[in-house]
Structures are given as C-alpha cells and as structure tokens.
Design a protein around this ligand. Structure first.
Ligand code: FMN
Length: 201
C-alpha cells in the first residue's frame, strides 16, 4: 500500500530538520577555557538521557564548547528564562579578534558552579553541573557529549511542591521552547497529560 496522499517524503541528501518545526529546549552550556576564562554557548540539541541523572547535548568538535568539555571533563547547563532570550542568542555570536574572544559573554553575568570548575548564568531557573562521562563521535561531524549530573540547583519558585498546582507554577515561571529552525515560544499555560489508567513507567 502506498503512502497517504498528504505525506511528502523528503530527500535525505540534506539534513531534513529545517523542513518542518519541532520543539526543543534551549540551554546555555558553560565550559572552562584554557586561559581560565569561561565560555557559554546556546544548545537546543540537549536533554536528560534516561530517567537517571544523566544529561547529554550535541555539539560539533569544531566548537570551543566541545574542546573545553573534553579537556576539562566538565560542563554546566543553565536554563534561561524567556526574558533572557536576546543574551542567550548573543552567546552564539561569532568569535572575533586576535584571541578569538566572544565579547557578547559580557552581557551574561555568571556565578561559580559549586561542584565542578565552571560558571552558571545569573537569573536562570534551573542549573546542572555535569562531569563528562563519554562522547559519541562521528555523527556526520557532530558528537553527543554525555555527562553525569553531579549537582542541580533550581529556583525556589520553579520547584514543584504540594502547596502549588503544577499549572500555576508553569504560569508564574514560564518555560522557554525553541522551535527549530529559528522560532521560539513562551509556555505559560499547560494542562495535565491524560495518562492511561494504571500507567506505570
Ligand atoms: C538557538 C541556537 C541553538 C543552537 N544549538 C546548537 C546545538 O544544539 N549544538 C551546537 O553544536 N551548536 C548549536 N548552536 C550554535 C552554537 O551555539 C554556536 O555556534 C556557538 O557560537 C558555539 O560557540 P563555542 O565555539 O564557544 O562553543 C546553536 C545556536 C543557536 C543560536
């Protein structure tokens, strides 16, 4: 039987992900530079790996983020708020000058990570500190960096608890969604997922 008429099969000689929208998070990955400074770069290919305390993101080995994480064995993850979108984007501005600096990082105040050597971005609502466990290389010029989460810090207002409804929490502390390629959405309304009766993970 053929495909339903409304479906378009895409050629695979080019990556397909620009051809439609999909939902991703957007995080700032922080790493320690060789000269003792820090680097921050936005990543949307980033998510928990399993229900355990693992986190992974995709990065090309050409990026300083990859090189720093592999050299130091650590990285941090800061989840920006919707109002931090412009400074988050600026962290992807091209490097410039003799030392290939990223002046845009001056717009992102940071404070020290507590367990790994690194920095966390001020004003975010969730932070992870990770030790690099392994890399999965050669994904057509990209790599998956797998980190074990060794510390987590959450803004008190974003922390789920019995005293507040989950929908109220999302409303009061909205989430940021990156809609690849090149759009974003602020999520401040949500509904409980209709789990099947008896569902177990
Ligand atoms: C919205 C957005 C999402 C991005 N997501 C990724 C990603 O998931 N993986 C990646 O390797 N680069 C991603 N980039 C590109 C890097 O952030 C960018 O090339 C950055 O300058 C690399 O910096 P670095 O060399 O300091 O690591 C993204 C850029 C933007 C603007």
């Amino acid at each position: 039987m053929g495909l339903p008429e409304h479906l378009v099969s895409l050629p695979l000689d080019e990556p397909v992900w620009d051809r439609f929208f999909s939902v991703f998070p957007l995080v700032l990955v922080g790493t320690r530079e060789e000269d003792g400074g820090h680097d921050l770069a936005p990543k949307h290919l980033a998510m928990p790996l399993s229900w355990g305390n693992w986190f992974g993101f995709v990065c090309t080995p050409r990026h300083r983020t990859y090189q720093n994480a592999v050299r130091t064995g650590a990285f941090t993850v800061s989840y920006p708020r919707p109002e931090q979108i412009v400074v988050t984007s600026l962290a992807a501005a091209p490097r410039c000058g003799e030392h290939q600096d990223k002046p845009a990082l001056l717009a992102l105040p940071v404070f020290p990570a507590q367990v790994v050597d690194g920095v966390l971005v001020e004003g975010c609502h969730l932070y992870l500190e990770c030790r690099l466990d392994r890399t999965l290389d050669e994904l057509d010029g990209n790599s998956l960096l797998v980190g074990r989460v060794v510390a987590v810090h959450v803004h008190a207002n974003a922390l789920r608890n019995d005293d507040r409804e989950d929908n109220e929490l999302v409303h009061d502390d909205p989430l940021f969604a990156y809609l690849y390629p090149g759009r974003f959405a602020v999520i401040d309304r949500s509904q409980g997922f209709p789990m099947p009766a008896g569902f177990k993970r």
